[in-house]
Design a protein. Structure first.
Length: 304
């Protein structure tokens, strides 16, 4: 019969791809860990792991089973959390995903508000890019995310939480750094631009492309993270477009410049001029975690 101990043993080995590290992670010795894996494979009737003296490799069946095994453990943990909340009178746990830049703009404000108003809710943090947050919510690994659009609004609930302007970041001493005015798309003609991966960082890729649509800039690099873009600018590999909150990263050797499309760029309804950068909270519309709904009640007005 398949047991939870066997499933946990398999997940540990599959993630570590090393029996010694998996045994240390589970605080057990290798022989009983190996027996768990052997019994699990006999119960299922397929080989999940190929191993020899040098390496451990997941089979195709093992990779498929790993996805289901993680869901099984998540379901068990969620059920246990709910039982403990009822028995102990605690409110619960919210597993919160966030990106590095969202941590600068909003995470601290949110955590302080939760500490002040619902201190009985435990918040477990997971740093993930937007695609990883969406995947984590759909898998049941996360309850809430601080992410960039677009999302599947049929499955996921979302709410605008924070808006800020898009800025240019240029090296210290660059001709654009000395202009006493907001930069326009024409200012980027013939300049090397550090842009973003169109799949992993789709949101900032599209913001960059949209702002520079009528300019003749040269895309020199495509990166996944805002921090990487700023570091490359500091290394004089080009210029980049970033959210205003990137100014708080503290990277030396760069200057942040305001942007405009021209025509005055009137303030939008949230007081943001120019191209706005949005951060949303996202969650599973069908979530049964009561702590999630309490946290969502605190979100309006954060970042305003």
């Amino acid at each position: 019969m398949l047991t939870l101990d066997q499933v946990r043993a398999f997940v540990a080995v599959a993630e570590e791809l090393h029996f010694g590290r998996a045994a240390d992670r589970l605080r057990m010795t290798q022989p009983p860990l190996s027996r768990h894996i052997q019994k699990l494979e006999r119960t299922i009737g397929v080989t999940l792991l190929e191993r020899d003296n040098r390496r451990v490799v997941l089979t195709d069946a093992g990779r498929g089973f790993l996805e289901d095994a993680r869901r099984m453990l998540t379901l068990v943990d969620t059920a246990g959390d709910r039982a403990r909340r009822i028995a102990g009178g605690a409110t619960g746990t919210v597993r919160l995903g966030f990106t590095a830049v969202s941590a600068i703009s909003m995470l601290g404000v949110l955590l302080r508000r939760l500490t002040d108003e619902v201190p009985e809710i435990d918040v477990i943090l997971h740093e993930r890019v937007t695609a990883g947050q969406v995947d984590g919510i759909l898998r049941g690994e996360l309850d809430l995310g601080l992410a960039r659009p677009p999302f599947d609004i049929v499955t996921l609930g979302s709410r605008l939480a924070f808006r800020e302007p898009l800025y240019a970041v240029v090296p210290v001493g660059h001709p654009l750094a000395g202009l006493d005015r907001p930069l326009t798309p024409d200012d980027f003609n013939n300049l090397p631009v550090i842009s973003y991966n169109p799949v992993q960082s789709r949101y900032f890729h599209e913001l960059t492309v949209r702002f520079l649509a009528n300019a003749h800039a040269r895309i020199e690099q495509q990166v996944h993270q805002i921090l990487t873009a700023v570091l490359l600018v500091a290394a004089r590999r080009g210029v980049a477009l970033v959210p205003a909150s990137a100014r708080s990263l503290g990277i030396e050797g760069v200057v942040f410049c305001r942007l405009t499309r021209g025509g005055g760029d009137p303030l939008d309804r949230d007081g943001v001029a120019g191209e706005p950068v949005e951060l949303h909270v996202i969650w599973d519309r069908d979530s049964t975690n009561p702590a999630l709904w309490r946290v969502l009640d605190l979100l309006p007005g954060i970042g305003a």
